[in-house]
Design a protein around this ligand. Structure first.
Ligand SMILES: [Cu+2]
Length: 323
């Protein structure tokens, strides 16, 4: 504990000497704090606004394709910078104390305690830091979880062991109707085609166990629950055309690791045409060809189960009743 030593010194001479020392110590601490803050400011200035890119996102995935993903990314970068600034300051204080108050003799150093301003400061400062982090986390989380009344596109995501079905809906909720559908099979990876610049609502449901819908470029995943739970989330737009691999992110069984799909982001015109082709009864592959897109997934491929009738159950064992 650090305290003003003048309060516990018995003699006047020592009192005055200690005041001088206290003054020097305070100046040293001030210089150190200034150095820490200056260092943090320099860091920001030197690297411009994009500190995240310079430090590889501080471990956070980069390249999000939705406004929501950018907000989450920015929150992470800001939190890291704040944590580093506090860290540099605290490490500075630790090293300063280690050097300044190292053992110089056998005399017990002055014992100080109950320095109220100091105790108040190091109680209130962490509370302030946590409050600020909490506030911005709550703001970003509320934004990411926000749903709207009339999204431009609604897709029902149906997960099952071990594949996906994507149903394009004419409205929201359980009672809306499916107008077109994409179904994955053992041989074909399902391709979820969506347009840029439109708000998209995902309504998730599972046929069996808990799965998790995850496209890494959305920087977001959400569990797909069986039963009556309909997990819903929205992205306000997809900003970049392209193909993005999607995965199941919840250990759901033997072939969980192979439960992949592809998100194909196309222009709104291509999307409208794709939907029209599907409504007219074309297969997903033919509809993709019709809009000038690759008919099959580009980012992942169907898995090989390596099961044949010869190796499926080589020992011939069978599960008896009650086993
Ligand atoms: Cu799964």
């Amino acid at each position: 504990m650090v305290a003003r030593s003048s309060e516990v010194r018995p003699s006047a001479v020592r009192h005055s000497a200690s005041r001088g020392a206290g003054e020097r110590r305070r100046r040293g601490a001030g210089r150190l704090a200034g150095l820490g803050l200056g260092g943090a400011a320099m860091l920001v200035l030197l690297t411009g606004c994009d500190v995240g890119r310079t430090f590889d996102g501080f471990g956070w995935p980069q390249g999000g394709i939705t406004p929501q993903s950018h907000r989450m990314y920015d929150l992470w970068i800001a939190s890291c910078i704040a944590a580093l600034a506090v860290g540099v300051f605290v490490w500075g204080l630790i090293f300063w104390c280690v050097i300044r108050y190292r053992k110089r003799g056998n005399a017990l150093p002055v014992q100080t305690r109950y320095n109220l301003p100091m105790e108040f400061l190091y109680t209130i400062t962490p509370i302030l830091i946590v409050s600020v982090l909490f506030y911005y986390t709550a703001v970003v989380q509320t934004g990411v979880d926000k749903t709207t009344k009339n999204p431009d596109v609604t897709v029902e995501v149906v997960a099952f062991k071990w594949n996906w079905q994507f149903n394009y809906r004419d409205g929201q909720g359980r009672d809306a109707k499916t107008v077109a559908s994409v179904l994955g099979t053992s041989d074909v990876i399902p391709v979820l085609v969506l347009p840029t610049g439109k708000s998209i609502r995902f309504e998730e449901t599972s046929r069996d166990v808990i799965h998790s819908f995850w496209v890494p470029e959305l920087l977001f995943k959400r569990d797909v629950m069986p039963g009556n739970v309909r997990n819903v989330f929205e992205v306000s737009s997809l900003d970049e055309e392209g193909e993005y691999v999607g995965r199941c992110a919840e250990l759901c069984g033997t072939y969980h690791a192979f439960m992949n799909f592809e998100l194909r982001v196309v222009s709104p015109q291509q999307y409208d045409q794709f939907l029209a082709e599907k409504k007219a009864g074309k297969s997903t592959q033919d509809a993709l060809r019709a809009i000038g897109e690759e008919p099959y997934a580009q980012t992942t491929k169907p898995f090989d189960t390596r099961r044949t009738k010869n190796n499926f159950n080589p020992s011939g064992a069978s599960a008896g009743v009650g086993s």
